[in-house]
Write a protein that binds this ligand. Structure first.
Ligand SMILES: *Cc1c(COP(=O)(O)O)cnc(C)c1O
Length: 360
């Protein structure tokens, strides 16, 4: 092959989806698989969304590239102006749009290690210098991150709550950080799990947008709204900056189905409320089980929990759960489990208890 891609791509791998549930099921002879690996909503999607989608017709026309109706809805839902919003094919695409617009080989970007991998992935594609700051006790070390910022820094990524640890940056810490960062640096707050948060001192970031025009907030319909299959998310920022990002966005990046699904989802916020309160309730049970069996965990503001079992490798824990029909996400220092339904969790707790009680 004589065609040469840009050299930094040779150091990278394409996203590798895990084995499909069907494959796992066949391989281990299981009658069902519970997928707790990608933080999807275990309660599914609002029935109102299915109704709206199944009554749709005329798929021959392009979608509304400006997402006019959805824009009005989201502006109302978030309390921002319509021109402060940009829509994307999931936040994955918005992270790519921001990276394309800001990062090149002469710039650097600051992020945590032990956070959402797409920030790093896109920075490598753009050939930007990556400055990574390890999490401290599962949390962003904002003071150390601020020290990495210099004249060539274009973007700082803060995942709040953080995936995979579920920890959060509080309002005071964020306020201090924003004051210490120069105004030429875009601070991205990835709030993919915003709806799930219960902490009282979690920062309300939308009012901060009036104070800091170098702030951008990312939200998605993939998690609490249960629309991961549709691929739709949005960013909120200063109108003038959003206008510049719009240049990078593909004209029809969000499908008509995705827009309609998101509109319908916003018409059934009770579904989100129920998902969120069940999640908070179920998380408490995870804390109890972990405490009872001396399993390390981080209290979580998301719909997932990061745990590590003393004396057990995460690969071993992952495999044990997989063979019993539960797929979770392994990391070098622990596993991330999506909080499932009551039934899914209670069966999972039995499996975990058996595993930890086994004598060596
Ligand atoms: C799931 C997730 C995303 C991506 O979500 P989309 O489905 O692409 O909208 C972005 N950031 C974090 C932290 C996530 O966990």
């Amino acid at each position: 092959m004589n065609v040469k891609v840009r050299p930094q791509l040779l150091t990278m791998k394409a996203y590798a989806p895990g084995k499909s549930s069907e494959e796992v099921q066949r391989e281990y002879g299981l009658d069902k698989i519970v997928k707790l690996a990608s933080n999807e909503n275990p309660y599914g999607t609002s029935p109102h969304v299915s109704k709206v989608i199944s009554s749709m017709e005329n798929f021959a026309i392009y979608p509304d590239g400006a997402a006019t109706v959805l824009r009005k809805k989201v502006a109302k839902y978030t309390g921002v102006k319509e021109d402060q919003l940009i829509f994307s094919s999931g936040l994955d695409e918005l992270i790519q749009i921001i990276s394309k617009a800001l990062l090149d080989e002469n710039s650097n970007t600051v992020m945590a290690t032990g956070t959402f991998p797409q920030y790093r992935h896109n920075a490598v594609v753009q050939n930007a210098e990556i400055r990574e700051v390890p999490l401290q006790d599962g949390r962003h070390d904002l003071q150390a991150m601020a020290k990495e910022v210099d004249d060539d820094t274009k973007v700082v990524w803060i995942c709040n709550p953080n995936n995979p640890t579920g920890t959060y940056v509080n309002d005071k810490e964020l306020g201090q950080f924003l004051q210490s960062v120069p105004s030429h640096v875009l601070v991205v707050l990835d709030e993919a799990y915003y709806e799930y948060v219960t902490a009282q001192d979690y920062p309300e970031t939308i009012p901060l947008l009036d104070q800091y025009d170098n702030l951008m907030v990312l939200r998605t319909f993939s998690k609490a709204f249960g629309l991961a299959a549709f691929r739709i998310g949005y960013g909120i920022g200063a109108a003038s900056f959003i206008q510049q990002l719009e240049v990078v966005r593909l004209p029809f990046n969000t499908s008509m189905l995705a827009q309609k699904a998101a509109i319908a989802a916003l018409e059934d916020l009770d579904f989100v409320d129920r998902s969120v309160s069940s999640n908070a309730h179920e998380l408490q049970k995870f804390y109890e089980i972990c405490t009872r069996h001396n399993i390390n965990f981080y209290p979580s503001q998301g719909n997932f929990i990061f745990i590590s079992i003393p004396g057990k490798e995460s690969a071993e824990v992952f495999q044990y759960l997989l063979e019993r029909g539960y797929t979770v996400r392994p990391f070098p220092n622990g596993i991330r489990i999506t909080v499932g339904t009551k039934e899914e969790n209670s069966e999972l707790f039995d499996i975990i208890e058996k595993m930890v009680l086994v004598k060596h």
